[in-house]
Design a protein around this ligand. Structure first.
Ligand SMILES: Cc1cc2nc3c(=O)[nH]c(=O)nc-3n(C[C@H](O)[C@H](O)[C@H](O)COP(=O)(O)OP(=O)(O)OC[C@H]3O[C@@H](n4cnc5c(N)ncnc54)[C@H](O)[C@@H]3O)c2cc1C
Length: 462
């Protein structure tokens, strides 16, 4: 018999959005509502920790818990997180770069991206140790939850029951949860798909041109410079002609960040096209990505003597998925909204989170970074499915079109969107409302958004 757990707010997935959702549910629930996060990973943070995206690059922050989290990490010691500025090319004329340390940068320098054309000299990021980040996330939730928060790690959601438009049970490999409200923060919208809500994969329903998938890895210093041996499985006669061709054509294009301890985080940008990844067998695709990491590392070491001082320390356990299934919810945020910006877009009166990151598509659909002129907002209707009354969807799989998803997926944006969903869930419980009946202006007030919007408007309209 599986244990049965009654819980007021069940958050499926504990990545950036799941953390934000749990934080606001605990904060505004004030210990009155029980809050639980379930995640297949043993730690919080999802893609931003276990997936190796250990950096918050520039992007609008908005008010929120990310600042507290950053301050906690920066305050711990110099080993947990660091602020960095400027991309520096490792080799002249090579299209890859390292973000190097600087003491001149402040957290606020990372909080604005819109309209920054000169990304090379303006690129400021917040880089953190994943284990420290996951640890601080858990600590923050335990403190805020005041005994009423529980994290169920290493637990995978396998199915749900629905009765009269409400999710009544969530089945995992270990337990059965009986939630009052559910927030789907699984990235690939697992709950939404179990519930049979309408979803989209790729562009225009075609399941094509899905943003590229990346296996991130970490390298550490070694005593003597050398070009490392490739693991036996990936030595000759192993071949991967299409990736070799890409390395020849575009060179080892990568984004490289330096950790506080001097290790390097290597993001080879797309390891595989999204279309190929999602059309193949998952285990085969993962194997292919691992092989490509070794080809990538070999090429990096061949072209850059600097890299010969390092060896691979780890391949992150979670593959980096930028885009997968997305909800087709009460409103779909579109390219028109993104380009109109928060002052002119549709449903601006419903905005609950902001983004200003350039539209960034990797792989064969890559069309270069499209820098935005002003931020845009994510309206409440983008987290509301059409057919379930006690479900909100806050993650990179919320109701965005493919173009929008290529901009607003950033970790900090997902934390903010999660916070808005956590606040909304408490609002619905308190006022005995379904998610479509929620008073959006009340939710925005609790999120302190009206005031924030005025400040932004002044800044961007002047
Ligand atoms: C390669 C790459 C580089 C990026 N670079 C940056 C960057 O530089 N800066 C930046 O800010 N953002 C970056 N991003 C974007 C950002 O990291 C992600 O979009 C963001 O972290 C997604 O957050 P999320 O909460 O929506 O989903 P995730 O972090 O993916 O969290 C989803 C969680 O749900 C869990 N889950 C899924 N299904 C189940 C299930 N059935 N049962 C239980 N748990 C489940 C997963 O284990 C996971 O922990 C990058 C993304 C990628 C892939």
């Amino acid at each position: 018999m599986k244990e049965i757990v009654n819980v007021d707010i069940l958050i499926a997935g504990g990545g950036s959005a799941g953390f934000g959702a749990a934080y606001d549910a605990c904060l505004h629930g004030k210990g009155k509502y029980s809050v639980a996060v379930v995640d297949s990973n043993g730690i919080l943070g999802g893609t931003s920790t276990a997936g190796g995206v250990n950096t918050w690059e520039m992007g609008i922050g908005g008010p929120g818990v990310h600042t507290e989290l950053a301050q906690r990490l920066l305050g711990m010691n110099k080993k947990a997180a660091i602020l960095k500025g400027n991309w520096q090319p490792l080799i002249h004329n090579r299209p890859y770069a390292i973000t190097s340390p600087s003491s001149e940068y402040f957290y606020r320098n990372t909080l604005r991206a819109a309209g920054v054309y000169d990304r090379v000299s303006n690129h400021n990021s917040f880089i953190f140790e994943p284990v420290a980040m996951a640890g601080e996330m858990l600590k923050t939730l335990k403190e805020t939850g005041n005994g009423n928060f529980q994290f169920y790690g290493n637990e995978t959601i396998l199915g749900i029951d629905i009765l009269q438009r409400r999710i009544t049970k969530i089945y995992t490999n270990k337990r059965i949860f009986m939630p009052k409200m559910v927030i789907d923060c699984t990235g690939g919208v697992a709950i939404v798909r179990f519930a049979g809500c309408e979803t989209e994969l790729g562009k225009d329903d075609s399941g094509k041109e899905i943003n590229g998938v990346t296996q991130i890895y970490r390298v550490t210093k070694k005593p003597y410079p050398s070009i490392d041996k490739i693991p036996i499985n990936y030595q000759h006669p192993y071949s991967d002609c299409s990736f070799k061709k890409r390395l020849d054509n575009v060179q080892v294009i990568s984004s490289i960040n330096e950790y506080p301890n001097g290790d390097l985080n290597i993001n080879p940008l797309p390891t595989i096209d999204g279309d190929e990844f999602f059309s193949g067998d998952y285990d085969e695709m993962i194997k292919k990505c691992l092989g490509r990491v070794y080809l990538h590392w070999r090429r990096l070491q061949e072209v850059s003597p600097f890299m010969r001082d390092y060896r691979i320390d780890m391949l992150f356990p979670m593959i980096g998925i930028r885009e997968s299934y997305r909800l087709k919810g009460a409103y779909i945020l579109t390219a028109d909204d993104v380009l109109a910006g928060f002052t002119n877009q549709n449903k601006k009166e419903e905005i609950i989170a902001f983004s200003d990151h350039p539209v960034d598509i990797h792989g064969s659909g890559h069309s270069g970074l499209q820098i935005l002129h002003k931020p845009y907002g994510i309206p409440y209707s983008c987290i509301v499915p059409k057919n379930i009354d006690n479900l909100l969807v806050a993650c990179r799989g919320s109701s965005f079109d493919s173009y929008t998803a290529a901009s607003c997926r950033l970790s900090r944006t997902m934390i903010s969107l999660g916070e808005a969903a956590g606040t909304s869930a408490v609002h619905c419980l308190k006022n005995r409302k379904s998610t479509v009946e929620a008073d959006i202006q009340d939710i925005r007030k609790i999120l302190k958004l009206p005031e924030f919007t005025t400040v932004l408007t002044k800044e961007y309209m002047s």
